[in-house]
Design a protein around this ligand. Sequence first.
Ligand SMILES: [Zn+2]
Ligand SMILES: [Zn+2]
Length: 330
Amino acid sequence: MRAMILDAPGESLRVAETSVPEPDAGQVLLRVHCCGVCRTDLHVVDGELPDPKSPLIPGHQIVGTAEKIGEHAGRFSVGDRVGVPWLGWTDGECRYCLSGRENLCDNARFTGYQIDGGYAEYAVADGRFCFPIPEGFPVLQAAPLLCAGLIGYRSLRFAGDGERLGLYGFGASAHIVAQVAVHEGRRVFAFTSPNDEEAQEFARELGAEWVGSSEEAPPEELDTAIIFAPVGALVPAALRAVARGGTVVCAGIHMSDIPSFPYEILWGERSVRSVANLTRQDGHEFLALAPEVPVRTEVIPFALEEANEALDALRSGHIRGAAVLVVDSP
Ligand SMILES: [Zn+2]
Ligand SMILES: [Zn+2]
């Protein structure tokens, strides 16, 4: 099969011919249709996350068709449309797993990081951590739901029920969260890089009532905010924008250092928290909700061999919506 392989962090991916993996017990072999490109892939490729598998096939928003089912992986049948997310395996027995917080598992393994992912024609995945793709959802549009959507959804839940929601960084996640938030009757305030008119226009189209630069103050206080951009300086900026009792959620896996800030902007029961990974419960809830909204993802397709170009485009902020590698048409 064709695959894009990372030999060492900091290098470009190379096109390779490699053997199709065999599903072990509990695993499903998927013929990959497409795989979303996530900012986390950039962090893996750039060496900002420790100890990736090496060599590695990146990619953790995989949509494929089940082609072979390993022993005891009976949840799926050959021909099913299957989605594979970031959380690829947990031990099921640590204090986190046993308290409904498998996203924090001591021994969790992640797709496209410690497990080969979906930048390839085939992938194997533990069937217990895969999701059925919602009926009728086009495969390309489904890929960004699997991380951008899921992490966005978890972040929105942790942001609480506040009506006035700030979104810092209007990329793949925010473009999905904005649609869910508007569906829930919230008011969306979108912050982008200064002068990023394309992203601002995009946010407006998706229902943001105010758009501006992350260096600006919003026209009124926010109740809650989610930071998607990996920029630590946005934490004090968002704290200044939220009202007393407000929450600032950091949704990314990696962020530059947070500058020191005066206690008074945290005072008044404001809180800052991060969101890490996802639970399978998040996946089931969000994939049921997405067709109801309905979430319409905007996708920029790239060929599998163009993975490096897709990553570069994401790095430079030139993606409106979500980049997706198209491997084959179902
Ligand atoms: Zn665990
Ligand atoms: Zn991701």
